[in-house]
Design a protein around this ligand. Structure first.
Ligand code: ZN
Length: 286
């Protein structure tokens, strides 16, 4: 886990990286680092699943994670009670989107989707300044997609749904299907044609479901340089003339874009989550 202390105007004073072991080892190290400062607000951008219902006594608790020791761990409340400061918690993907909207690829957007295509597929959506998902946080990475006719394993690999998006298009599913890592797959390999077909379906569903102002794609799989142009081209074909959105048909290079803050979106997201507690305005509001 990474912890950092910022001034309110965004200058990082200090940071610490603590291995995510058992909570009884990890948390004292983090808390002793933070307790050297007077903390006025705590922002948390965490792996999940998380209980994020505002007003619930369980708000900010990690729920059903397989990580040993963290199941039902009250992460937000432990930080808030120990450091005597208000806290707000979001998923790591939600935090990344908040960071991208504030100073990355989502600048200027009121409604924006971020998805990370890595080992798994995570996504978050900010609608008019607020992250969506009331019952639970939204998790579009598991939507059902149509198999590619040339996919040798169209049944998919998701342990819950088999052929959902994550089961067919995550980095892990690509590695299982092709027997090599995403980094080792040659650019001309059929895998990229198939991958772009799935991710284009995902983008089309995001557009039809949310009508966001921008779609931001990040994660290790998106590092393949040809993938994003292939996705854009397929999105245009799949949507066809339906809607005739100029953002999609005339300006897609600025509509479906690459994430800009990878590697630092976790810590920046947590900063902006904390800042919203103090400001009570902007992209994250009660
Ligand atoms: Zn699934």
């Amino acid at each position: 886990m990474i912890g950092a202390v910022f001034t309110e105007d965004g200058k990082m004073l200090s940071d610490i990286t603590v291995p995510t072991g058992m909570p009884e080892d990890t948390m004292p190290a983090l808390l002793s680092f933070f307790s050297k400062y007077t903390i006025s607000a705590i922002g948390v951008s965490s792996f999940g699943p998380l209980q994020l219902t505002k007003g619930s006594p369980e708000y900010g608790t990690i729920t059903s994670t397989p990580k040993p020791g963290w199941k039902n761990y009250p992460l937000g409340r432990t930080l808030g009670d120990t450091l005597h400061a208000p806290f707000a918690v979001e998923t790591d993907v939600g935090g990344a989107l908040i960071a991208e909207i504030n100073e990355g690829a989502g600048r200027g957007c009121d409604t924006c989707v971020y998805a990370t295509i890595g080992t798994g597929i995570g996504s978050a959506f900010i609608d008019r300044g607020k992250l969506t998902g009331t019952l639970r946080h939204a998790t579009m990475g598991h939507i059902i997609v149509k198999p590619h006719p040339r996919d040798p394993f169209p049944d998919g690999f998701c342990s819950f749904h088999k052929g959902c998006l994550e089961g067919l298009a995550s980095g892990k599913s690509m590695q299982t299907r092709w027997g090599m890592t995403v980094r080792d797959l040659p650019g001309s390999h059929i895998s990229w044609e198939i991958e772009s077909y799935y991710l284009a379906q995902f983008c089309v569903s995001l557009i039809l479901g949310y009508m966001p102002e921008r779609i931001i794609l990040g994660g290790g799989v998106m590092k393949h340089p040809d993938l994003l142009p292939m996705i854009r081209q397929k999105v245009q074909v799949m949507l066809g003339e339906y809607l005739n959105l100029p953002e999609v048909h005339d300006d897609i290079d600025r509509y479906i874009v690459r994430a800009e803050l990878e590697g630092k979106n976790g810590i920046l997201g947590a900063f902006y989550i904390a800042k919203q507690i103090l400001n009570k305005r902007g992209v994250y509001n009660e």
